[in-house]
Design a protein around this ligand. Structure first.
Ligand SMILES: NC(=O)C1=CN([C@@H]2O[C@H](COP(=O)(O)OP(=O)(O)OC[C@H]3O[C@@H](n4cnc5c(N)ncnc54)[C@H](OP(=O)(O)O)[C@@H]3O)[C@@H](O)[C@H]2O)C=CC1
Ligand SMILES: O=C(O)[C@@H]1CCC=N1
Length: 270
């Protein structure tokens, strides 16, 4: 069968995408080739997904007819672009999709001259199909490339299109955001333990509270401030907790976290 989808970098995000694309039948395992340097990781991916795995990025690039998906760390992008330089144009001009934080379309298009390129920023809930991905389109893309990227990222959650000048902010918010939320769940559970709850129950309560609140906001479209007001009884427990959060700069900490991650994303592209 023809190899249609090539994945360069079979790490956390590469595997998240790969597993859902195969699960959803968007690509058959026989249509996929993955390059990955680590032998233990190679055999893991080969056994789990029945795809072809190789250490050879050039082979992936030349074999894939539809899409080459870049899921390596931004720091190795230049080395990979150099490694692929003389095979670009020797295959069927695949759509290149990059999820590399910070690496701008300009650099991607310089690395893959004349090829359609899409820069994207997914997030780790993609692993369970609950991700959100922002995409921006390069200069050589057409409607069919946009549709292909939509199809691929819809397999792992929601998709939004943004102009490229917003993608670093997307990275600071939803790309990095799962770590902030995980930290919050952990800290809430710690608070429960400090207040006397057993660890397992504290964790269950913390996780369910975050999940339930997100579902409630999502389904009712309530404004977060409105939900906060509904929980907060006059002279009650919640306002006592909120006063403490405000004293500790909770909102400001989150705002500054998103800004710092956005700035770091911009730095990664320099
Ligand atoms: N993690 C996240 O939440 C998100 C990450 N991203 C972006 O996704 C990209 C990948 O991140 P993530 O999956 O977390 O990172 P990982 O380190 O888990 O995955 C990168 C993979 O690429 C492999 N690799 C390293 N060098 C090469 C090479 N020269 N050729 C081929 N493969 C190579 C690594 O192997 P080895 O381990 O042996 O070095 C590893 O398996 C990054 O650019 C990141 O900015 C985007 C959105 C969210
Ligand atoms: O931390 C990072 O750089 C990557 C990009 C977004 C999430 N993880």
């Amino acid at each position: 069968m023809t190899i249609k989808f090539g994945l360069i970098g079979g790490g956390v995000m590469g595997e998240a995408l790969l597993s859902r694309l195969i699960d959803r039948g968007i690509y058959q395992p026989s249509e996929v080739i993955v390059s990955e340097p680590q032998p233990s990781r190679q055999s893991y991916l080969e056994q789990k997904y029945a795809v072809t795995v190789t250490p050879d990025n050039r082979l992936v690039f030349t074999a894939a007819t539809e899409v080459v998906f870049l899921a390596v760390k931004p720091q190795v992008f230049s080395a990979i672009a150099q490694e692929l330089a003389d095979v670009i144009g020797t295959n069927s001009s695949p759509l290149v999709i990059s999820i590399l934080a910070g690496v701008p379309l300009g650099q991607l298009e310089a690395g893959f001259p004349q090829l359609p390129v899409i820069r994207a920023m997914p997030n780790t809930p993609a692993t369970v199909g609950a991700g959100i991905t922002a995409i921006c389109l390069g200069a050589y893309t057409h409607a069919n490339h946009y549709q292909k990227a939509q199809e691929i990222f819809a397999a792992v959650g929601e998709v939004v299109e943004v102009p490229e000048n917003l993608i670093d902010a997307v990275t600071g918010l939803s790309g990095s955001g799962p770590a902030y939320v995980a930290l919050m769940v952990e800290a809430l559970a710690d608070g429960g333990v400090a207040a006397g709850l057993p660890r397992a129950i504290a964790y269950q309560l913390a996780l369910s509270t975050v999940l339930g609140t997100a579902t409630l906001l999502h389904e009712t479209k309530l404004h977060p401030a409105e939900l906060k007001d509904r929980v907060t009884s006059p002279g009650g427990t919640t306002i006592a907790g909120i006063a403490q959060l405000e004293k500790a700069g909770f909102r400001s900490a989150l705002i500054e976290a998103v800004i710092a991650a956005t700035v770091r994303s911009l730095e990664l592209g320099k």
